[in-house]
Design a protein around this ligand. Sequence first.
Ligand SMILES: [Zn+2]
Length: 89
Amino acid sequence: MTSKTMNKAEETKILTKKKPTGFVAICQCGVIVGAMDYERTERREAGKLLGTWLHDGCTVEPRFNGTWSVTVENCRCGTGKTCGEGGAE
Ligand SMILES: [Zn+2]
């Protein structure tokens, strides 16, 4: 299994040219615990969700392809259990 973390170069790419089509949140245990369709999500909402993911300790990874799909699973370590959308209470 390869777990990729966002490095500085990729970070810069996001801020400059390439516009991501979506983001995924990867927990510290390597499980994808959240996904967002950036093009269909309101900017403010997207920012909020990204902030939540980062706050929960998830790695946020951008997706640049027009079509991408991920399998969102339940976290195995418990750290990222609140990652996901909405945040059930
Ligand atoms: Zn986890």
